[in-house]
Design a protein around this ligand. Sequence first.
Ligand code: ARG
Length: 614
Amino acid sequence: MASTSTQQSNKPILAPSPFSVPSDLPKLPEVAGTDPTRCVLDSFRIAIAKVVADALEPLTVEQVYQGVDYGKKGEDFTVALPRFKLPGKIDELAKKVIAKFQPDEWIESVTHDRAFLHFRCRTNTLTRLVLDQIHALTYDTASKQPEYGANYLGEGKRVIIEYSSPNIAKSFHVGHLRSTIIGAFLANLYKACGWEVLSLNYLGDWGTQFGLIAVGFEKYGSQEALEKDAIQHLFEIYVKVNAEAEKDPSIRDEAAAWFKRMEDGDEEALKNWRVWRQLSVRKYAEEYDRLNVHFDAYTGESEVPQESMDKALKQLQELNLIEEDNGALRVNLEKYKLGKAVVRKRDGTSIYLTRDIGGAVERYNKYKFDKMIYVISAQQDMHVAQFFKVLELMGFDWAKNLEHVNYGLVQGMSTRKGTVVFLDQIIREAASVMHEQMRKNEDKYNAIEDPEYVAQEIGITGIKIQDMAAKRINNYTFNWDRMLSFEGDTGPYLQYAHVRLSSIERKNPELLPLPAPSQLKTDLLVEPQAREIAFLLGTYPDVVKTALKTHEPSGIVTFGFRLSHAISSAWETVIVKGEQDKEKAKARMALYLAARDVLGAALRLLSIRPLERM
Ligand code: ARG
């Protein structure tokens, strides 16, 4: 195991942003926790905070900064004066600010509306800086940098993110799919924010069901079928032998005895299991690849060392938390309203809960994480609360750095052929429904180079966007038609927006190459639609920051929709092709390309591969 000191030297070294605020603009004070080199809106917020603080002593820029918001329709930034709890009438305070205000290259005007002050930023400064910053963070990166939108709040810290974690030989249900999708997003998000991420797939590769499969394999196993599709074959065996065991209890005893041999490390009993696991992992890795999801390591319940579980049990006994129940051992967490939970079976074999306890200790010893996130269904809230509590009671300081990212249920996941049990069925169904959808437009369809691939990518995008569009905890119903439609807020709609933006370069080659952003005539971008796009692009770093706090992908999805809508609204008026003024056409093109880059970054963060053509 690497020592702590060598681990530290492995941490990513993060280069400074290649963007700096131009020196021709009025100088602004620094505010802790902001980074104008990665978020242009920080500068505008500071400029506004300075205006207010200068007028309303003894308020400080820092204090006002916290109260500078955006999101009010028709306004750029808003400050609600009552929040500062200053003496005097709000009206008077507002008048004071307005009287003292001098327009500059940051802020163009301020208006007063009851308790609020609304600030409008200088359009050209906004547009110029946003385009410049996006360009710098997307293209000027000598060292491999995270994209625009990233911030370095978590600089160099280490997080373990465990997600997907299906059970070998059981079905891959939609709960696992959600964990996979949300987990992949979180891994990308933490990476973008400067964390060192270790993504783990913790396979359900241990437990009595493997005894059952071993018994079943002797009867129904086929080496050939196993090689062909291990996941499917093992599942079939499991279903058959499980049904048999319903009628014949002796099969269960036989299975339990077999699993006991596995736990005792009997090589003969482990031989087949090892092959099953390996073939299943191979197949899973292929499917994750198609989903654009990756793991740094496949671990599993089988890998939790016996000693680490024994040690945990001993410690719990010493803490007087263990009681015996008919030969089994239980931990009593009633004091914490977490019930009682079995930690060791009567025959001495381990169980899910104990493996999670031992597994966490093991991971800490091995990786010394600053944070560990488990992406597991809300159905297991109790289980997770129990093992987090046990680790805390055992006195591990790091137990406070464990986080459960949970999510609701999905109903109605089935294909036209029937119920879904495997991940590859889900992917195939998405691709085929999408393919049919695309065929409806024969002309367009014929222009696509590789329709199979495109259908699969858009299909997968549809699944992911439907899954991440709302708060994690919400349940939703799986609806192929809705999620794969090009209309409404869907994955295909986002891909379509990206494709349309990508076509601009192909359709206007005479404008290329574009000058550097600082040489563009951004003052020609005067349409409200163009301004709206620029402002939205400026908010993206905030959107990412919020997602890191809430662990909600929905904010990123919503951002993608808003940006795509803004682009749709601009498309007819803010034209590139057909614009006579070449300078204007270039500035507009640069705006659309920045929008493409940011939409692409948002999609990538969501683990989606943005398409260039469809
Ligand atoms: N394999 C489990 C299941 O399918 C999920 C594992 C979640 N992770 C954990 N550390 N318990 O239910």
